[in-house]
Ligand binder design. Structure first.
Ligand SMILES: [Zn+2]
Ligand SMILES: [Zn+2]
Length: 881
């Protein structure tokens, strides 16, 4: 096998992915004796394209899946997609419009067929993108929310909720989008701060004289007023309750009613009541017997219930005309600028209209209470735990859930209406005739269910519910859910409610809520800002492993991730570093080595560095395991990085090199190779969940048993190999080497030049360590001699202090002392100036108050680093004598 000088991710990723699929590595086996570990993927929309949010949460899920699999668990990571009712309908609508036709012209059946075709052609693009990321999902169990099985689960759930009295149909104020022409949920209404006006209107008393003043931000709704309300204890209006005002422009008489909902202190203390276009007014009307009057159609145009001149006008045009006419009639008392929040449709950004219509609702209070208990008593654990507060707050004041949508794409509601007698049949399948009057073939309700109704069933509908399948028995409740906080209410809450109701158990034991991937400056990525980073681009340029490692390294629980490509380039270099280390190890293997070389022989013959790296490996395995259990992906990645780059490559590999040279003791070389291979093999396994492709490629090249690293055993901490004494000794050794390297750097000494080192040991341990490892220290620090000496060396020398030992490097003939002293003097002067400038800034109240916190922090850090460097150089000058 050819071994290129640099790692080229593009050439290996697809190959290994196909290999894993061919071997069935990702397939869960419910009959296996291994303990189960299960997750369901947050199903991406079929209209979706892999974005950074997906890349993050799927990388983290894949790390967990691969880690658990290697630990010997039977892993099910169940994938699938969501039909995304409103989003998909809009996409296909646009496509049809571009052909000069429309959904209405096509008719419902042809339209739905068209959407299915669209899904066949484009709807699985995101699945291919998840594969590119390396996701180890069980594709044999891929699901779609509109599959026959899942559709059956949806009908079953709806019917059962209805039978339990938890689903009802009622006229109610819903959030209506006049552009999408459907009801939308509270969560899909985005409040936007808007500069509007507050209009005060005067409604004259029917008996003539005076009148009552009311205020509104939406004057066009006055056309639908059916009453005026005051507080029952408001002295000002006491005598007026039960009397009437006349609605200007319309002429209708409106009763004055009393209701405690009215705030006496607010405005004039009297409010107009528009029951069909305001949720609060609707409630007041129910209590006081006022009739609702719908004055708009589904597209937000004034309907036949308003006076002729306003009919057919768009609501905003109607507003203008109503204000004009009220002004002309002398009914407009005042207009004030008014800053307020106006709800907009999440999909199309149209102003949402509160609208009275007949909808289906889920009565959620009982479900929500049980769901809150499940979190309170720890059956579901949120990570980070602070999400419990948001959860409780939302669940505490949750409203009944409007689940009907006026769309064509989705699960049509399993209810059939009899047009003869009005009877409604909620049933698992279409009734042949009306059960009350016998009329043939009742008509199915035209509405479809909210997309989140089906995704709320996802953790069990995907496992075969309502049937008691082996999968359902084994994998429910799932172990972990990984998701973004943006769908905490939409989805996570509803899964907990519905899971507890139907399965009598929580849908998952732990919910890990990820942060948000932002741009390098910490801004939210958005199309309008133009700062969206496409994960597929990054995979193309740097490989999936580098992207995954970057996301893992940044995934600090509870924090957002400011993603920069530089950081990713750094991790690509890390992948390359590992590649080169493996290349070195493999090029040094001898024909007879494999596969027995991985067995480390006789421990007593191992050298200090061998015992040290083997001990460090145990600490690494323990740290990775601990961190992954607690979802500390960042610390997992950092521990792997530190170990591989610094301990393995920078130290161990360098120390092993001389032992591999020809002419050295062959036993010594064999031992070094055994340790090199053993540690590399172990660390590749530890790293595999984060960087699956690179690790597979290298593991396959190493002596190995088995068909894939993905099923190789995950290394666990073996305390027998922990060697604290070796670690302590190595620390001394490394400190000596680092001090000598610093001296070289500060005095600009030619790296090739070999130096003499004299030392005075202050502790017997340090003396023993240095004495036993003289050759290694000499190699690593490029020394010509290492001598213990009670007296200082003759002539000038530079000194350093390490723990337990004082070091001196005689400089006669190495550097020109005078020249060096002058150069260092100039360097110190320059650094001092820089440091003073930072110090001045950091003392300036203006800088501290105006600069961004990260700028101040940066300046503080640089200042600190400069001070340290100056201190170091000053000590060097002093040591020059
Ligand atoms: Zn809309
Ligand atoms: Zn009937």
């Amino acid at each position: 096998m050819e071994f290129t000088r640099t790692f080229e991710p593009g050439t290996i990723e697809t190959r290994w992915y196909d290999h894993w699929v061919r071997l069935g590595v990702f397939t869960a086996r419910p009959g296996s004796p291994r303990p189960p570990f299960s997750m369901v993927i947050p199903p991406p929309n079929i209209t979706g394209r892999l974005h950074m949010g997906h890349a993050l949460n799927n990388t983290l899920q894949d790390i967990l899946a691969r880690w658990r699999r290697m630990k010997g668990e039977d892993v099910l990571w169940l994938p699938g997609t969501d039909h995304a009712g409103i989003a998909t309908q809009m996409v296909v609508d646009r496509q049809i419009a571009s052909e000069g036709s429309s959904r209405e012209a096509l008719g419902r059946d042809a339209f739905v067929e068209r959407v299915w075709r669209w899904r066949e052609d484009y709807g699985r693009a995101i699945i291919g993108q998840l594969k590119r990321l390396g996701c180890s999902c069980d594709w044999t169990r891929e699901r779609f929310t509109m599959d026959p099985g899942l559709s059956r689960a949806v009908r079953e759930a709806f019917v059962r909720l209805h039978e339990a009295g938890l689903i009802y149909r009622d006229k109610f104020i819903v959030n209506w989008c006049p552009r999408c022409r459907t009801a939308i949920s509270d969560l899909e209404v985005i409040p936007q701060e808007t500069h509007g006006h507050l209009y005060t209107l005067r409604y004259p008393l029917a008996t003539g004289g005076g009148g009552i003043e009311v205020a509104t931000t939406r004057p066009e709704t006055m056309l639908g007023d059916t009453g005026v309300a005051v507080h029952p204890e408001d002295e000002r209006y006491r005598d007026l309750v039960g009397r009437f005002v006349v609605l200007p422009l319309v002429g209708r008489q409106l009763p004055i009613v009393a209701d405690p909902f009215v705030e006496r202190e607010f405005g004039t203390g009297a409010v107009k009541i528009t029951p069909a276009h305001d949720a609060n007014d609707f409630e007041v009307a129910r209590r006081t017997g006022l009739q609702p009057l719908v004055v708009m159609d589904e597209q937000g145009r004034m309907n036949e219930n308003v006076p002729e001149p306003y009919r057919g006008l768009d609501r905003f045009e109607a507003r203008r005309r109503v204000v004009e006419d009220l002004t002309a009639g002398g009914y407009l008392v005042s207009v004030k600028d008014h800053l307020h929040n106006v709800g907009h449709c999440q999909r199309c950004n149209t102003v949402v209209e509160p609208y009275l219509s007949t909808q289906w609702f889920v009565r959620v209070r009982v479900l929500a209470d049980e769901a809150m208990r499940a979190v309170a008593d720890g059956r579901v654990r949120f990570v980070p735990s602070h999400w419990v507060n948001s959860y409780n707050e939302w669940m505490g004041k949750i409203h009944d859930w409007c689940v009907s949508r006026q769309l064509w794409w989705g699960h049509q509601i399993p209810a059939w209406h009899c047009d003869q007698c009005g009877e409604i049949h909620v049933a698992r399948s279409a009734p042949a005739a009306c059960r009350r009057c016998g009329a043939a073939a009742p008509r199915q309700d035209p509405d479809v269910l909210d997309t989140w109704f089906s995704s709320g069933l996802w953790p069990f509908s995907t496992l075969g519910w309502p049937d008691e399948t082996p999968d359902l028995k084994r994998y429910y409740p799932t172990s972990v859910l990984v998701t973004g906080f943006d769908i905490l209410f939409f989805w996570v809450c509803r899964m907990i409610m519905l899971g507890l109701h139907f399965m009598k158990d929580v849908p998952f034991h732990q919910a890990y809520i990820t942060g948000l991937v932002r741009d390098a400056e910490g801004h939210k990525m958005s199309k309008t800002r133009g700062n969206v980073i496409d994960p597929l681009d990054l995979i193309e340029r740097h490989g999936a492993d580098a992207l995954r490692f970057t996301l893992a390294a940044m995934a600090t629980p509870g924090s957002d991730l400011p993603l920069s490509e530089e950081r990713m380039v750094g991790y690509r270099a890390f992948a390359n570093k590992i590649w080169n280390a493996a290349r070195f190890v493999l090029l040094n293997l001898k024909d007879g080595d494999a596969p027995k070389v991985v067995r480390i022989r006789e421990r007593s013959t191992l050298r200090l560095e061998d015992r040290w790296i083997l001990s460090r490996l145990q600490h690494l395995a323990a740290a990775v395991d601990e961190n992954l259990k607690e979802f500390r992906f960042d610390e997992t990645a950092n521990a792997l990085y530190q170990f591989l780059w610094h301990e393995y490559c920078d130290w161990y590999l360098e120390m092993a090199k001389p032992r591999l040279l020809p002419g050295t003791d062959p036993e010594e070389g064999a031992r070094a190779r055994a340790v090199l291979v053993h540690v590399l093999d172990s660390v590749l396994r530890l790293l595999h969940p984060v960087m699956p492709f690179l690790t597979e490629e290298l593991w396959q090249r190493l002596p190995h048993e088995g068909e894939t690293i993905a099923l190789a055993a995950y290394p666990s901490n073996d305390p027998a190999w922990v060697d604290e004494a070796a670690e302590h000794e190595m620390e001394t050794l490394m400190e000596v080497v680092i001090k000598v390297r610093n001296i070289r750097a500060e005095l600009n000494i030619d790296p090739a030049r070999r130096l003499p080192l004299r030392y005075v040991a202050r502790e017997p341990g340090a003396r023993a360590t240095i004495a036993a490892n003289t050759a290694v220290i000499a190699t690593l620090a490029r020394l010509e001699s290492v001598e213990e000496s009670g007296s200082p060396a003759p002539g000038p020398s530079t000194r350093a202090v390490a723990s337990g030992v004082d070091l001196a490097v005689p400089l006669a003939g190495v550097v020109d002392i005078q020249t060096e002293r002058r150069r260092l003097g100039r360097e110190i002067e320059k650094l001092s100036k820089e440091s003073e400038s930072h110090a001045r800034k950091l003392q300036s109240p203006e800088f501290l108050s105006k600069a961004r916190p990260e700028v101040v922090e940066r300046s503080r850090r640089i200042h600190q680093e400069l001070l340290e460097k100056i201190g170091r150089l000053t000590r060097t000058v002093e040591s020059l004598g």
